[in-house]
Design a protein around this ligand. Structure first.
Ligand SMILES: *[C@@H]1O[C@H](CO)[C@@H](O)[C@H](O)[C@H]1NC(C)=O
Ligand SMILES: *[C@@H]1O[C@H](CO)[C@@H](O)[C@H](O)[C@H]1NC(C)=O
Length: 447
């Protein structure tokens, strides 16, 4: 009994880790200057590595873009590791050549007690067992640190003990993708780290690492799928919950993966969209001119810095290094109301009932700044909300919106704007124009 509980204690007190933060990066056709631009932006945000999603290892565009990305990391702090897309290519063997080409690259990301090249996955690969993965990994040119996304495998959520008895010998950690968003539903849902906390405890008690996802929202219009999950303030809410896990769950995930940098088939991208590698059909619902999402980046930079400094509360978030002033933020909204007609288009997405009509904002205010500051939300020409800011991360989904221009300002006590944004977005229309009923967000940085 005593020996057992002592073991449990030892296993639970896994050594503190750096808490590296990654971004899921979709492999796509990519110009060299786009690769260089993405690497520079990720470095500026404090990202440690791109989790490079390789869906098709063989086509020339894929081989060349992978090379361009690795080339672009040379001499920078940014690393890359592979996220083998087993949903697109179910056979890990097909990735052998790509893995071996880069696994010893100076910018290939390494981690774990033996500092080995990290290998991850998107999806789980049908029919592969701990034994077959071990055999595959043993045959690569280097040993690897394997933290796959296996959250769709049997028992992952429902019977973690059974999951771990199948997988303990085959993985170094696990990655939970789906908890980045609330569940799929036709009514509004909030995001939660409750499952992360229990999955993390189980992983840690098996002396394995735990990685979880952080995302903005989910709107997918691609590949025969068209669906939406509650978005609004999911991103700042999960940031708050993740920072609090050290207190609420007694430890925190070893790694965070932001979902995603550039997945234009879905709406959650935070990087610039590089049109040269995107399909025309993707660009209809997500393109850099109509739906830029980079306004979110300062919030991620602020979160990453706080996370890496072991902050335990979102009130400890600060403006990123190099910020113009003592406050940063963003606002975002859909282009039309939940009641708008999507007649003449391909209709509302599945889960559209979860959409609420809100102007969403998140703002980070530095501590110890003299004066009192407020966020004002203007919708269709009316001031619909004014709230006082506290130090650290503040956020709100403001209801009562009207069609027309949407504008968010941080103002001082005299009403003078410090930062603001929104006038550059399309505003909110009564009905979708043309044939497009997109639930993708308009995002504006407050500058
Ligand atoms: C990557 O860099 C190498 C060495 O400079 C160069 O030979 C190669 O052409 C580059 N690859 C691409 C796809 O640009
Ligand atoms: C979601 O969170 C909001 C704000 O905390 C709360 O008012 C609402 O009841 C929650 N909704 C659900 C479905 O839990």
């Amino acid at each position: 009994m005593l020996a057992l509980s002592l073991l449990g204690l030892l296993a639970l007190s896994t050594p503190a880790v750096a808490g590296d933060v990654f971004v899921h990066y979709m492999g796509q056709g990519l110009k060299a200057e786009s690769a260089a631009g993405d690497v520079a932006k990720a470095v500026a945000m404090g990202v440690d590595a791109f989790a490079l999603n390789i869906g098709q290892p063989d086509p020339t565009w894929s081989v060349e873009s992978t090379q361009r990305l690795f080339n672009a990391t040379k001499g920078t702090k940014l690393k890359i590791f592979f996220s083998l897309d087993l949903y697109a290519t179910n056979d890990p063997e097909r990735f052998r050549k790509t893995i071996n080409t880069y696994i010893k690259h100076p910018n290939y990301y390494t981690a774990g007690p033996s500092n080995l090249p990290m290998l991850s996955t998107f999806s789980n690969g049908n029919g592969w067992t701990a034994t077959s993965w071990n055999k595959f990994r043993d045959s690569l040119d280097s040993k690897t640190y394997f933290v796959p996304m296996f959250d769709q495998l049997p028992n992952y959520y429902t019977n973690p003990d059974a999951f771990w008895s199948s997988w303990k010998t085959g993985v170094d950690g696990v990655f939970t993708w789906e908890q980045a968003w609330p569940g799929r539903s036709n009514t509004h849902q909030n995001v939660s780290t409750d499952l992360d906390a229990s999955l993390m405890r189980k992983a840690h008690s098996n002396s394995k690492a735990y990685m979880t996802g952080l995302s903005t929202f989910q709107y997918k219009h691609w590949d025969g799928s068209h669906w939406y999950r509650s978005g609004d303030v999911v991103m700042p809410e999960k940031m708050t919950q993740l920072l609090a896990l050290s207190n609420t769950a007694g430890s925190r995930p070893d790694f965070i993966q932001i979902q995603s940098w550039n997945d234009a088939g879905e709406g959650h991208y935070i990087g610039p969209l590089r049109h040269e590698g995107l399909d025309e059909k993707q660009l209809v619902y997500a393109n850099q001119n109509d739906h830029p999402h980079e306004g979110w980046q300062p919030l991620f930079a602020s979160f990453i810095a706080a996370w890496k400094a072991n902050a335990k509360d979102a009130s400890q978030m600060r403006t990123p290094a190099g910020s113009r002033t003592f406050v940063v933020g963003a606002m975002w909204h859909r282009e039309f109301l939940a009641t708008s007609s999507c007649a003449g288009t391909d209709g509302r997405p599945e889960g559209a009932g979860a959409a609420v009509d809100t102007i969403n904002w998140a703002v980070v205010l530095n501590d110890g700044v003299a004066g009192t500051y407020y966020v004002q939300v203007w919708s269709g020409g009316s001031l619909i909300s004014k709230e006082k800011l506290l130090p650290g991360l503040n956020y709100r989904a403001v209801r009562g919106i009207k069609t027309g221009e949407q504008h968010v300002q941080v103002v001082d006590a005299a009403g003078k704007p410090i930062i603001e944004g929104g006038k550059q977005t399309k505003g909110i229309l009564a009905n979708p124009t043309g044939n497009i009923c997109t639930y993708n967000y308009q995002v504006a940085g407050l500058v």
